[in-house]
Design a protein around this ligand. Sequence first.
Ligand code: HEM
Length: 385
Amino acid sequence: MNQSRIAERAETAGIDPLSAVTHPDPYPYYRELAASRPFFRDARLGLWVAAGPVEVAAVLAHPDCRVRPPAQPVPPPLAGTAAGALFGRLVRMNDGAGHAPLKALLVPMLAAIDPAAAAQRAGVLARLVEPDDALRTAMSGDRVNRWLFTLPVVTLADRLGLPVADAASGRGNAVQVAHHVVAFAAAQSPLADAQAVSAGAEAAQWLGQWLAGLPPAGGPLQGLRDAAQRAGIDPQAVAANIIGLLVQACEATAALAGNTLLRLGRGGSPSDALEHVVARVAQDDPPVQNTRRFLAVDSELCGHAVKAGDTVLVLLAAASCSSPADDARAWTFGHGRHACPGDKLAQALAAATVAALRARGADPAALARAFRYRPSLNARIPHFL
Ligand code: HEM
């Protein structure tokens, strides 16, 4: 059987480029797609699909491929809410003037945060996630899920200089901040229901007010605000993107840590340093499996005529499992002008979160026996039972 027949057969067996995200083992399917149909139109899903590494890079580099449909800068359910206002200002969701100048400031700011120091700090902040008496109870799936969605966000906030931990009392509003970040992140999903959208709007408002009410901080954020002012960037865009960093970190880093627990639980890489396991997981079982681009004008893409308004599903995970394993940067962190500026930090935070969980008795083998993937069209996030 030729490769395209194999890919088609897998599709008819119930896997497609969207359901692959949460399929138990989508990688043979992705590899076949990348080899046999690296760029094609999926008529049933109504999407173009880029699966080959060359095609994925070409779409992400193409000037006519935008991160939002030009007529719809904010998803309709969020429009007119605090969540929509915040979303509309994120560099992740803008091209051109709403993207490049601020991205140019975010990249060096994040690069200046030492990943090793952040991992160490995560070990200290871990006690904010749960009171010490929780140490005496078994590490249930529920608790593990909570840790995955809290510790990376709290540590990033702390490294940016946001006061989530009160040095004197050892307490702070860390858990509350993480809770609102989670709610806002969840509201962005196309699968979010009305309740999730309204919780996200409330969370966005809470986060905006919290940030606005903080005393002027020193550190990375003050540097960012000063540089943004010199560059004539709207302070509201800066504020939105500070929250945006926490939101970007939230689900993807939780997924990276969760997939690392799965890898450990299945007995993979037992003697490797945790950092190496995380780096392998980012390549082999990536947390962000795809992203989308929207055609701004009629154009040509990978040898095909495409129309304004067309959507391209960019299969980062397919590019990843069909590229040489020693590529320096994992595809799951994107490519080109919107590439993730948090990749190194995220890997350190994921490793630190797994380390904190293991230190508290989490058993990866037991976790790997009872989990499902959270419903998602782009992220592979285990939910432990
Ligand atoms: C500390 C944690 C993280 C931070 C602060 C962060 C921050 C960001 C920011 C600000 C962007 C927008 C860049 C732009 O549009 O130019 C971005 C994009 C992206 N991030 Fe991250 N991120 C983090 C963790 C992760 C993780 C763990 C993953 C996946 C494993 C990930 C995958 C991506 C991808 C794929 C994009 C690009 C999306 C696209 O091009 O459509 N990020 N990230």
